[in-house]
Design a protein around this ligand. Structure first.
Ligand code: ATP
Ligand code: MG
Length: 509
């Protein structure tokens, strides 16, 4: 459907056009008219389908330009997401000169206060902890807020955040509209949300699968100690444009990043212990393509919109199936294709089954590539590099090249050059410390059907069709936050077939 049929004003339509959006996505088509009409809405749609604009556009349209108070509040679970959302609002509201400001932890609060004083924003985006901080200091006033958005709503209403959210809501005395958005919305959370909403319209985009269907999902069976080498070979063969690797712990982020760097990959890591400045600079480099591989805990899993991410590797499978959806959703965004590979150790098969029950999609097995296949992948990249170099001015080198050619054959010289350009990763030994495995939870309903322990020989080779090495792999939820392993709230799935468990988390901004 065209955006012009949704009741949006001309300024916004101009901004939409400038953003390059041609048609509204299904979630936008169905939620924008409801939100414009002032209704409470719960919107659930696949990752990367434009939920941000689905709430941003109606908020921008409904602003009273003459009012000098905060009229809309958007709460985001992470600082990076708060910044990203503020940027999208700013872009879409530029023509109307909408005043949008963002507040998040880890940044100088004094500067935020000065800026809030200088100009009261019409729309405030923030993370819960820092918003509460401002509320307690009385540096923001939410009395006149009409609309509240909980982006990543299931996360915001989960154990770790719910109290903060309730406290924030208590400051919003005249709330008229509440909008909830997420790619995942477990039933128990839906029930909680309905308690503080006013007859919400629930818009769930019926997609065949919960995960974006543009993502090819694979799993690789592997022992923990073998994951690193297999992943390097996969990267060599696939040569992703941009890849995100999710691991379980902060220590793993550091070790995997260092290992990748030692083998010549252009990688950097982010996790909750790094300074905000560091996290932002790594993300900036990744967004601009200066960095090829981002290694992260689940901190980065939700909502981050980085165009051009072609591959997601779940070095560790997530414990929580929702987390899988959000992690692999960093690829396959806005109509692009993507691929995810999840590593599964033999005792984690049960987690994979739980994920598959949620997504209603089976991950295809992927056979680890051989060293030779990995080298072929590297050489392909090396050849492209040579072709690029040939376009440059090489006159400075011809004399030395001639000298070399007198003593060596052209084939030997080019071979040496290729060897130098390819990483030959197997030469650099990397050892990643082992982590406590996830608690065993059985083999799932279809129990252990996929060969026991025959890692390395994808029994169903050929599913993905790329080069015939595909076996299988899968994903794991990162432990950046202190949620107790195995601490499932559970129980809900018995009553509702479509329901699934989720983990109690304890998050603080
Ligand atoms: N109608 C549209 N047409 C094309 N691209 C769009 C459209 N709407 C949004 N986009 C773009 O799609 C990308 C993904 O959007 P967004 O980040 O809002 O997804 P999301 O549904 O919130 O995903 P997640 O569940 O991961 O948070 C963004 O780059 C956005 O600019
Ligand atoms: Mg989003």
């Amino acid at each position: 459907m065209k955006f012009s049929e949704l009741g949006l004003n001309d300024e916004l339509l101009k901004a939409i056009k400038r953003s390059g959006f041609e048609e509204a996505t299904p979630i936008q088509e169905q939620t924008i008219p409801l939100a414009l009409a002032g209704k409470d809405v719960i919107g659930q749609a696949q990752t990367g389908t434009g939920k941000t604009a689905a709430f941003a556009l109606p908020i921008l349209q409904n602003l009273d330009r003459h009012e000098k108070t905060i009229q809309a509040l958007i709460i985001e679970p992470t600082r990076e997401l708060a910044i990203q959302t503020q940027e999208e609002l700013f872009r879409l509201g530029r023509d109307e000169k909408a005043r949008v400001q963002v507040v998040y932890g880890g940044a100088d609060i004094g500067r935020q206060i000065r800026s809030l004083k200088k100009q009261v924003p019409a729309i405030l985006v923030g993370t819960p902890g820092r918003l509460l901080d401002h509320l307690k200091r009385k540096t923001i006033d939410l009395e006149n807020v009409n609309t509240i958005v909980l982006d990543e709503a299931d996360e915001m209403l989960d154990m770790g955040f719910i109290q903060d959210i309730e406290s924030i809501l208590s400051y919003v005395k005249n709330r008229k509209q509440t909008l909830l958005f997420s790619a995942t919305m477990p039933k128990p959370i839906l029930r909680i949300s309905e308690k503080f909403m006013n007859n919400p319209e629930i818009v769930r985009i019926k997609a065949k699968e919960l995960t974006a269907d543009l993502i090819d999902q694979y799993f690789v069976r592997s022992k923990d100690s073998e994951k690193f080498d297999i992943m390097c070979r996969l990267i060599d063969v696939e040569s992703p444009d941009l890849a995100v690797i999710f691991v379980r712990t902060k220590r793993r982020v550091d070790e995997v990043t260092r290992g990748l760097q030692a083998r010549g990959y252009n990688a950097a890591g982010i996790h909750g212990d790094l300074s905000q400045a560091r996290r932002m600079s790594v993300l900036k480099r990744f967004r601009s393509g200066k960095l090829d591989i981002l290694v992260a805990t689940d901190v980065a899993a939700r909502g981050l919109d980085i165009s051009g991410v072609t591959h997601v590797y779940n070095y560790d499978i997530p414990q929580d199936p929702d987390s899988y959806v959000h992690r692999i959703g960093r690829t396959g965004r806005a109509g692009q294709n993507g691929m995810s590979v999840t590593f599964v150790t033999p005792n984690e098969i049960g987690y994979m089954r739980t994920i598959e029950q949620l997504t209603k999609k089976k991950m295809e097995p992927l056979r680890p590539p051989s060293d030779d296949q990995a080298l072929r992948g590297q050489l392909k990249v090396a050849k492209t590099k040579i072709e690029d170099l040939m376009k440059e001015d090489l006159t400075k080198y011809t004399q030395d090249a001639d000298e070399l050619l007198e003593n060596y054959s052209a084939v030997d010289l080019v071979s040496a050059f290729l060897k130098n350009l390819s990483k030959d990763s197997s030469k650099v030994e990397v050892k990643i410390s082992s982590e406590k495995p996830l608690p065993y939870k059985g083999g799932g309903r279809r129990g252990g059907g996929r060969g026991r322990g025959h890692y390395g020989h994808g029994s169903r080779n050929g599913h993905g069709g790329r080069g015939g090495y595909r076996g299988g792999d899968r994903n794991h939820r990162g432990g950046d936050r202190d949620h107790g392993h195995g601490n499932y709230r559970g129980g809900h799935s018995r009553r509702n077939g479509g329901d699934h468990n989720f983990v109690i988390k304890n998050k603080k901004d």
